[in-house]
Design a protein around this ligand. Structure first.
Ligand SMILES: Cc1cc2nc3c(=O)[nH]c(=O)nc-3n(C[C@H](O)[C@H](O)[C@H](O)COP(=O)(O)O)c2cc1C
Length: 271
């Protein structure tokens, strides 16, 4: 499927059948884990398949997810960082989103689950001592069938002009310019990427032949680099369709203040 269509239709799955994976699918899933770890040079993260979904759900319900609302699923995938630093977090989330994309080809649904606030002792007990520092799980399983006559709720999205700027943040870019540069579709579809609390903190600045990525600090003064890796993955995947060959380069820089908000510079990609 075209990445643009995929993105427009993708949605977090929060209702799963109790059904277990058949042997072939489980083997495929484990192979995808290995392939993606290898693609990232086995340096940054490991994926772990947790098969005792019910036990994990019961233990983490009330503690994990948004306001303690744990997502119930027959399996969870753990994203374990080999080292905690910016590059590892960004690379791990980049490949986790790629993993979630590949899992839909197996007709599996998934949803990110934030387990950062869960006590390490509890995580050690339920996920294993070596996994007590995991910050994110992915709920995994076969999605429950949807009623075709019921309109599913969708998460809202910002407009292209809210997230893309020219030369500096706040400076608008015209749709004609985006079209002329062949970037209109990319920025239209990329907005459907998932983000923590659906905050959509990504901001893009088009500067000459480069696009810079910034993350907006939340009202609590936080950024989550998981959101950066995810959007970098979709930018790259959509970019491939229009012939972009470059890769993301991480950048360090001063935070930028604009309109009462603060933005963190993350990286840039050549067009
Ligand atoms: C890093 C990350 C963490 C998330 N954590 C949770 C979570 O704990 N609970 C939950 O229900 N959804 C979680 N989500 C899903 C987002 O809320 C969801 O992607 C966003 O609202 C957009 O909705 P959509 O995925 O259906 O398009 C998370 C998403 C990301 C990217």
């Amino acid at each position: 499927m075209l990445m643009s269509n995929f993105l427009k239709n993708r949605k977090s799955v929060r209702d799963f059948k109790k059904k277990k994976l058949d042997m072939r699918t489980k083997t495929e899933v484990l192979e995808i884990f290995k392939d993606l770890e290898e693609e990232a040079d086995n340096k940054y993260f490991n994926f772990i398949l947790f098969e005792e979904g019910e036990k994990i759900y019961k233990t983490l319900d009330g503690l994990a997810g948004y306001s303690g609302v744990m997502i119930e699923s027959p399996y969870y995938i753990g994203v374990r960082l080999r080292e905690v630093n910016d590059e590892s977090i960004i690379t791990a989330s980049y490949y986790t989103e790629k993993l979630m994309t590949l899992l839909t080809n197996e007709n599996l649904g998934s949803c990110w689950v934030n387990v950062k606030a869960v006590d390490r002792g509890i995580k050690a007990e339920i996920l294993g001592e070596e996994n007590k520092n995991i910050g994110y799980l992915v709920a995994l399983g076969y999605p429950k069938a949807k009623n075709p006559f019921v309109q599913e709720p969708t998460s809202s999205r910002l407009g292209v002009t809210d997230i893309v700027f020219k030369d500096k943040i706040g400076n608008p870019i015209s749709s004609q310019e985006l079209e002329k540069r062949g970037l209109d579709d990319l920025f239209y579809y990329i907005r459907f990427a998932p983000s923590n609390y659906n905050l959509q903190p990504w901001r893009f600045i088009l500067k000459d032949d480069k696009v810079q990525l910034l993350l907006k600090y939340s009202d609590e003064g936080k950024t989550d680099l998981m959101d950066a890796g995810i959007i970098m993955y979709y930018f790259k995947a959509l970019g491939r369709v229009i012939g972009l060959k470059g890769g993301w380069k991480l950048l360090d820089g001063e935070d930028i203040e604009y309109g009462g908000s603060k933005y963190r510079l993350i990286g840039e990609i050549s067009l």
